[in-house]
Design a protein around this ligand. Structure first.
Ligand code: FES
Length: 100
């Protein structure tokens, strides 16, 4: 599960945090990823001058607009989910004994 936290403080709200959350949610629903990503809201992250502030796990991000945030979200969430996907290990080869 990936946790995405979006600041819903007044400055980020005015810049479009609510629209960005809606875009995140729409993307997750459309791609069938809603059970893999948890969306959370947060009080002011104390970076009000930097844009709409949000986090993916421990990584802090700032987006100038909801549209740019949604594009960054798409790229980073898909990248993080690919990393989490485990590739199955190949089964060990069995030696066959010949019967004579
Ligand atoms: S309101 Fe979002 S960082 Fe302050």
């Amino acid at each position: 599960m990936i946790t995405v936290t979006v600041c819903v403080g007044s400055s980020c709200h005015i810049k479009g945090a609510r629209e960005m959350i809606t875009r995140f949610n729409d993307f997750l629903t459309k791609e069938g990823l809603a059970d893999k990503v948890e969306l959370k809201g947060s009080f002011c992250m104390e970076r009000c001058g930097e844009g709409i502030n949000w986090m993916i796990g421990d990584e802090t991000l700032s987006s100038p607009s909801a549209a740019e945030g949604a594009e960054t979200f798409r790229k980073k969430v898909l990248g993080a989910l690919k990393k989490k996907k485990k590739t199955p290990k190949a089964a060990p080869k069995r030696s066959r004994k010949r019967r004579s």
